[in-house]
Design a protein around this ligand. Structure first.
Ligand code: MG
Length: 388
């Protein structure tokens, strides 16, 4: 048995491109041309030279986070004992006053799960239990905009949904219009888009809505009641999620399934309160926002104990790994899609689109060891801007 310990923890930053740009409220929109972007890879390497990596956009792991928290809590530890390492990072969060954020925990947890896959020669989704080897994907649109040929009207959403169904998707989630788009928010317009999409794709396609996140109770109830008539599968986050009682008020009055929370902090502990209080019908968790695959699976188990489904928020191979383990997580979120972006074309730092759907709308899980992120390490080496 190997007694390898973690020897080095490093960040590689590299230049790449993206087809997304963010508006003043942080929503992604489509860019006509590729834009410069920074990619990062967290690499954890053991004393035998075996590594695990986590690819992420941006520079969330600043030098102080690495020096004060991550290296001291990882170096010299057994990299297979993720639960112990994760718990120590979790305990360190209280005194870190937000500096050691949930994303940092997630990047470490993902790298350690990727490491385990390389160490044992197995895909991570199988190491996690391998409940399934493929999952249906839903097409998650970008927010509405006012761009020609984009998502500017209910008719635009309907035409785009038809294209997505033709590509193979069996489910579509609309993100409708949010500020700073000048005519947003507008709950009636949201429902016009939902109705146009239902009309265009017919009764057999599953549909979901994620609207403006700061509607009041009456607008949220209006949306839910209209979606009952349109046979939508679920609705998520129409209101600020810090008011859990607003969600209980909403869920108690509609047969539309309410899914959440997405943005609330507190990982599995806060989600336990949402499940126990009946504030949602489908529990949600993101591998990024809840601190990794390890805590996300606790949320799936928690939902299971209440007889609830648990939906994974956000795309990426860590979500795929979790979906391979949790029987009550039923859909993969392919995001974020827009008529101006061809999702089947990978960014330059990937060898392929690792989470591409087949013609039947399924993501087939990877065969290779680890998370299967499909990083093009030659591209990364040629475009590295710093290693620290
Ligand atoms: Mg959402």
């Amino acid at each position: 048995m190997s007694s390898a310990v973690i020897e080095t923890v490093s960040i590689t930053e590299f230049a790449t491109t993206t087809r997304n740009w963010k508006d003043s409220e942080g929503h992604d929109h489509a860019s006509e041309e590729p834009r410069p972007a920074t990619g990062s890879i967290l690499t954890v390497t053991d004393s035998d030279g075996v590594s695990g990596t986590c690819l992420f956009a941006g520079d969330y792991l600043r030098p102080n986070v690495m020096e004060e928290f991550i290296r001291p809590l990882l170096i010299g530890r057994d990299p297979i004992r993720r639960e112990a390492i994760w718990h120590d990072l979790y305990l360190a969060q209280r005194g870190a006053y937000g500096v050691l954020h949930d994303r940092a925990l997630s990047f470490v947890d993902q790298a350690l799960w990727d490491y385990a896959g390389h160490r044992f020669g197995q895909p991570t989704w199988k190491l996690l239990g391998g409940y399934r080897d493929r999952v249906p994907a839903y097409a998650s649109t970008m927010c509405g905009d006012d761009v020609p040929g984009g998502l500017g009207s209910p008719e635009d959403y309907a035409a785009f949904a038809v294209k997505l169904v033709e590509r193979g998707f069996t489910a579509v989630k609309l993100h409708t219009w949010m500020p700073p788009v000048s005519f947003a928010p507008d709950a009636k317009l949201d429902i016009r888009a939902c109705a146009a999409v239902r009309e265009a794709v017919g009764p057999d396609i599953k549909l979901m809505l994620d609207s403006y996140h700061w509607y009041n109770r009456s607008d949220a109830l209006y949306l839910a009641k209209e979606l009952e008539k349109l046979d939508y599968l679920w609705m998520e986050e129409p209101m600020d999620e810090y008011s859990m009682s607003s969600y209980k008020w909403l869920a108690d009055q509609t047969s539309t399934l309410i899914a959440g929370p997405e943005s609330v902090e507190g990982k599995f502990r806060s989600r336990a309160e949402w499940a126990a209080s009946g504030s949602v019908d489908i529990l949600r968790v993101g591998v990024l926002s809840a601190g990794g695959i390890t805590p996300a699976l606790k949320v799936c188990a928690l939902a299971d104990a209440f007889g609830m489904d648990c939906e994974l928020h956000g795309s990426g191979m860590a979500s795929i790994a979790a979906l391979g383990a949790a029987h009550n997580a039923r859909w993969y979120e392919t995001s974020l899609l827009h008529p101006h972006i061809d999702y089947d074309v990978p960014p330059p730092h990937l060898q392929r689109v690792p989470d591409a759907i087949d013609r039947d709308g399924f993501v087939i899980f990877p065969d290779e060891p680890g998370l299967g992120q499909a990083i093009d390490f030659e591209y990364v080496a040629a475009n590295t801007t710093g290693v620290r």
